[in-house]
Design a protein around this ligand. Structure first.
Ligand code: GLN
Length: 312
């Protein structure tokens, strides 16, 4: 593919999605998210050479929600390494992002770090060494560093709204505490979790933040994590990044990806590109409807699926 043509491709994808009438349903269980117009669409592609290619509302910050679970996992692996896997699994759940059903038969061990229960345990692991304020500060420093952008912030109104309405997350955390898999006080663990979800980032910032996953653990030439760890996080994004829709995402797009109910998706073409898309309307599994469609088109036109033979 001609690299120059990536600008044309992202512009065409943004134009195609603009006219779509079936746009999915904007999340309304977190009140501030319900106010975001479903007409928004942004796309940003950061190539391996560092160039950034954007179209649509790519500069507008949105609530990254569960995409933060990738960054939280990165921090927790940095803190405790493979010991993390004693407390959270690495298998797709096949259930909704906020489901509680498996926790009873599986003794409070969540299936993977990318469902809510798993990310709550990941936050608890971070609180084994840090106060909530420190863990939130560490997260903010991390995303600012990997994105190379000091303006990234947490939307306190979103964090507060989740605190006020997050009854399911409270149930999950309390249930796992009863099994001994949450150690810190539940309100502190959830306060940390909600602040991570409330990170506000644009497609450009998110795609830049994903560079370390694209480039074997490096961002801007600096090592963030080991190559092996970056590959393993990508593997989990491929198998578990879209909840009970993960198989379909792998089938259609063929890239590691992580979604959030704010309508964002971070996708990684290893060695080639870090991609962020945003469209707030969701499919029934809570993943961006047009975001997935846009990624499907991008991969179709560029041949970036990890299953596409690279030749030699
Ligand atoms: N903050 C949201 C929640 O806990 C995150 C869910 C998501 O993005 N899938 O419900």
């Amino acid at each position: 593919m001609q690299l120059g043509s990536i600008d044309t491709i992202v512009a065409e994808i943004a134009e195609e999605t603009r006219t779509h009438t079936h746009r999915g349903k904007v999340a309304d269980y977190i009140p501030p998210l319900a106010c975001v117009p479903d007409s928004k669409f942004g796309i940003a592609v950061v190539l391996h050479d560092g160039s950034v290619h954007t179209a649509g509302d790519a500069e507008e910050p949105f609530s990254i929600q569960s995409i933060s679970k990738v960054f939280a996992l990165t921090l927790a692996l940095g803190a405790v390494g493979d010991q993390l896997w004693r407390r959270v699994g690495r298998e797709p759940s096949g259930t909704a992002f906020n489901s509680i059903v498996q926790l009873e038969t599986e003794h409070g061990i969540p299936r993977n770090p990318f469902i809510n229960a798993g990310a709550i345990v990941v936050c608890d692991v971070l609180l084994g060494r840090l106060q909530p304020r420190e863990a939130i500060g560490q997260m903010l420093r991390f995303v600012r560093t990997v994105a190379g952008d000091e303006t990234i912030a947490i939307d306190e109104a979103v964090a507060r709204a989740e605190q006020d309405t997050g009854f399911r997350n409270m149930a999950l955390a309390n249930y796992m505490r009863a099994f001994g898999n949450v150690h810190a006080p539940v309100e502190l663990v959830l306060g940390t979790y909600f602040h991570f979800c409330a990170l506000s980032m644009s497609c450009r910032q998110l795609a830049l933040a994903g560079r370390y996953l694209m480039d074997d653990g490096r961002a801007d030439g600096h090592s963030v994590i080991s190559a092996r760890r970056a590959r393993r996080i990508n593997a989990l994004m491929m198998s578990c990044g879209h909840y009970d829709n993960s198989g379909d995402f792998a089938y259609r797009i063929g890239l590691p990806g992580k979604s959030g109910v704010g309508g964002g998706i971070l996708a990684v073409a290893p060695g080639i590109a870090s991609i962020a898309v945003w469209s707030p309307g969701l499919n029934p599994s809570g993943n961006s409807h047009l975001g997935q469609l846009a990624l499907e088109r991008l991969v179709h036109r560029t041949g970036w699926s990890v299953f596409e033979p690279r030749g030699g």
